[in-house]
Design a protein around this ligand. Structure first.
Ligand code: NIG
Ligand code: FE
Length: 403
């Protein structure tokens, strides 16, 4: 059933600027879906005759929003790092744990040891929980393989998730996450391997290339070379930038016109002007700051500067083992200064912008019919009632999904 007429929508978030306001809210609305795409949106009293015979789904006065687009995750990984989480809560820093062999290296070992079926099984289970909580599109990075075989394995697992669930997957190659321990004394050799071997091999299996450009990871110069090679192979550039310090990553994102610059916890005004001029999307992670117990991301500064802001889970076993975008919206409003309207936009249209998905994150004719019926009469309930699952029904490409 990819044709549907949703009626009785008490409040509809369209994200259509022509409807007024940031969210383009409509009340007492209806949405017609044909062939998995939005065919018509408007007042229920004005449904055109051609759509009145479609199978009807009465929303009973509830709110409907676009599906969430979680535009930055590290969903494929082996093991977990609950022990490191406890160490951090006792006062050790993420950077110190990382510098002493823990952190990402720890997950690289567990991921290499896990094997395909266990990785796929665990990733599908995580993605299923995401879908149930309203995420209809998820970006998934590699980055815990750090050799050709395991990076390709991770990308393959990420892509396969979409064979098991009604969720769209956007795979991103993150071979430059950290330098793996076997290249400890030859980082130049690892960068060369990424550029000359891994990127050409990953090109057919990923849409984007990401680099962790920070203290303890990759320098600006290394990241520039890696992303330049990636672009030559058709992979759009994105960056983990300025997460741990003033790494120069944000400036590099502006210089190369990166699709997104993610984290951005440490910024100077010049970084912000550069990102705005480059049209780069700022992807922020309120739950990472919460988990690391650091200041929230500078969402207000970026938004007020006119930069498109997305929020995402960054779901990973280290800094944010969070699968639920409803929680991210709530934490973004409660800690990072976004209004409920802004956070809702950032979790839907903002995420789609960060992945260059023109047909996602809005409810307008021609867009994908990825919709959420809430167990509430307004989108406001999501930040207002953190911790309660308020997604009553997920509709993916026009089909109600059993979750
Ligand atoms: O986005 N900063 C780099 N990567 C992840 C953390 C990965 C990990 O700790 O395993 C992040 O926070
Ligand atoms: Fe990340």
């Amino acid at each position: 059933m990819t044709d549907l007429l949703l009626t009785g929508i008490g409040e509809l978030v369209t994200n259509d600027p022509s409807k007024g306001g940031l969210l383009g809210l409509l009340h007492d609305a209806a949405v017609a879906v044909k062939g998995g795409r939005i065919a018509w949106v408007g007042a229920e009293s004005e449904v055109p005759a051609e759509f009145r015979e479609l199978p009807e789904l009465d929303c009973g006065g509830r709110a409907v929003t676009p599906g969430f687009v979680d535009c930055h995750t590290h969903l494929v990984f082996g093991g977990d790092r609950a022990d490191e989480f406890a160490r951090r809560l006792r006062g050790e820093s993420y950077e110190k744990i990382m510098a002493t062999g823990g952190g990402i290296q720890n997950t690289v070992e567990a991921t290499r040891a896990a094997g395909r079926s266990s990785l796929l099984n665990d990733t599908v289970r995580r993605a299923k929980r995401m879908l149930g909580a309203g995420t209809t599109t998820v970006e998934i990075k590699s980055g815990y393989g750090l050799d050709l075989e395991h990076e390709l394995l991770m990308l393959g697992v990420a892509t396969s998730v979409a064979d098991h669930l009604a969720i769209d997957v956007v795979p991103t190659f993150l071979g430059a996450h950290v330098v793996p321990s076997e290249y400890e004394n030859d980082r130049a050799g690892y960068v060369q391997l990424v550029i000359e071997v891994m990127i050409p091999a990953a090109a057919g299996h990923a849409r984007f290339c990401d680099v962790f450009c920070d203290v303890g990871a990759f320098s600006v110069d290394e990241a520039r070379r890696i992303l330049s090679a990636a672009q030559e192979h058709g992979l759009g550039p994105r960056l983990h930038a300025n997460q741990l310090g003033h790494s120069g990553g944000a400036q590099l994102a502006a210089e190369i016109g990166a699709v997104s610059a993610d984290h951005l916890d440490h910024l100077v005004d010049g970084d912000i002007a550069g990102l705005r001029d480059a049209g780069t999307v700022a992807v922020l992670f309120p739950t990472v700051s919460l988990s690391l117990q650091i200041d929230p991301p500078p969402a207000r500064r970026l938004w007020d500067a006119g930069i498109p802001v997305a929020i995402a889970t960054d779901c990973n076993p280290g800094t944010s083992y969070v699968e639920n975008m409803q929680l991210v919206i709530a934490i973004a409003t409660l800690t990072a200064g976004l209004t409920p309207e802004e956070a809702t936009w950032a979790a839907t249209r903002g995420g789609a912008r960060a992945l260059q998905l023109g047909d996602k994150g809005h409810v307008t004719p021609g867009a994908a019919a990825d919709l959420l019926m809430l167990e509430a009469d307004s989108y406001l309930a999501i930040p207002y009632r953190p911790g309660t699952d308020l997604v009553r029904m997920v509709i993916k490409d026009g089909v109600p999904v059993a979750t």
